[in-house]
Design a binder for this molecule. Structure first.
Ligand SMILES: [Zn+2]
Length: 386
């Protein structure tokens, strides 16, 4: 995996133009590995006419290669376990939280984890997330316990390691076999922490953060948190999608009740099936780092769309060997925009998530997504035949 190693060692994390050839080599290397080691993946690719000859072919430029490379819908990982290394060689198995009771299980290999660590260090440093100053953490998410292996819980816990940690408080507490929110205790802690010297860092779901701040506003509680305090958000906006106005309201509320300016609100985007840490820029946009590429595909034809057009979000990274998540199709709708339009100085394109494919709102896209799913499933059913 020498190309993967070189890609994740790149000096400038947003130099996507300068790393095209390296990215393409790393993708070919990763694809061939999964094709050789994962029978289901091999069956899928063969079924779609993308065999060994196509995988190693160096006749296509990166954009065309990625357009042709078969993708797997993230939904499929919820129905099917697919691994390319033996289970005992996997270090972490993360699961996505399934609302329907189904969940993805994604394995990580040691090399992939090392790449992930390099990525987090490089991107975190660029966004000023690391500090030696001890902080108090309030996690607006789940308290970890043995039965909870979800990636979002692991990520939230991981984020409390960006600085020395004085204490961790969880908004969703685990007791008697279930989670329940503790807003009273959290508001009381925020008030107490605001009178101390150490910065406070929030990490977790935007929705819970928003409810917490609204609850403070309703009770007439407003504080000025110590300088250096931050609000870190991950796990998606769900009901806040699409409305940029809602995000602005969020920033205003953070300033009003916590005294945290929007420059200290940092947002992450990612998925368990695509463990790249998309960190927002100072203008709150998700630029594409060198470690991944994003294609926006037409809902009906599934062909890649030019920048500025809305479609299904296809995420590609050669980071992981243990599970064939090289190219995954999410059920998010998004748009890619030219990096220069942002104005923050980062040149790589940025991704805007517009919403999630929902049968009642975007019928054509939902149809497209379920079609991909049924095609992939029938290809895999073929794999079960002797
Ligand atoms: Zn930017």
């Amino acid at each position: 995996m020498k190309y993967r190693r070189r890609l994740f060692s790149a000096k400038s994390p947003y130099d996507t133009n300068g790393t095209e050839e390296l990215f393409l080599r790393a993708v070919r290397e990763n694809c061939l590995f999964h094709y050789t080691n994962c029978p289901e993946y091999r069956k899928l690719l063969d079924g779609l006419g993308f065999g060994e000859r196509e995988i190693v072919s160096d006749s296509l430029p990166l954009s065309e290669y990625l357009a042709r490379l078969p993708f797997i819908p993230t939904l499929l990982f919820k129905r099917r376990r697919m691994f390319s290394v033996p289970r005992h060689r996997m270090f972490v198995k993360a699961t996505s939280s399934g609302t329907s009771g189904r969940f993805s299980e994604i394995g990580f290999d040691a090399g992939g984890l090392l790449c992930g660590l390099k990525m987090v260090l490089r991107l975190g440093r660029q966004r000023g997330l690391f500090s030696l100053r001890p902080c108090r953490y309030i996690v607006t998410g789940y308290q970890p316990h043995r039965g909870n292996r979800t990636a979002v819980t692991k990520t939230a816990f991981g984020a409390t390691l960006f600085t020395p940690c004085i204490s961790r408080k969880y908004v969703l507490k685990y007791a008697n076999g279930k989670y329940s929110p503790d807003f009273d205790g959290t508001v009381e802690a925020v008030v107490r922490y605001s009178k101390k010297r150490a910065p406070v860092r929030f990490m977790g779901f935007p929705a819970y953060m928003y409810f917490l701040m609204r609850e403070m506003e309703r009770r007439g509680v407003s504080v000025r948190l110590p300088k250096g305090s931050k609000i870190m958000l991950g796990g998606g906006w769900k009901q806040f999608y699409a409305e940029q106005a809602d995000k602005d309201a969020f920033y205003r509320l953070a300033e009003k009740v916590l005294g945290v300016s929007d420059k200290d609100v940092v947002e992450f985007y990612g998925a368990v099936e695509h463990p790249i840490m998309y960190t927002d820029c100072p203008n709150h946009r998700f630029h594409i780092p060198v470690y991944s590429r994003v294609l926006i595909r037409d809902c009906d034809t599934l062909e890649p769309l030019p920048p500025g057009e809305t479609g299904l979000v296809n995420l590609i990274t050669p980071m992981i060997c243990a599970t064939p998540i090289l190219s995954v199709m999410t059920d998010d709708l998004g748009v890619l925009r030219d990096g220069a339009e942002c104005g923050c100085g980062i040149r790589s394109p940025y991704l805007e998530i517009i919403g999630r494919v929902a049968p009642d709102s975007i019928k054509t896209c939902a149809a497209g997504a379920s079609e991909i799913l049924s095609e992939s499933i029938s290809a895999l059913k073929g794999a079960d035949q002797p």
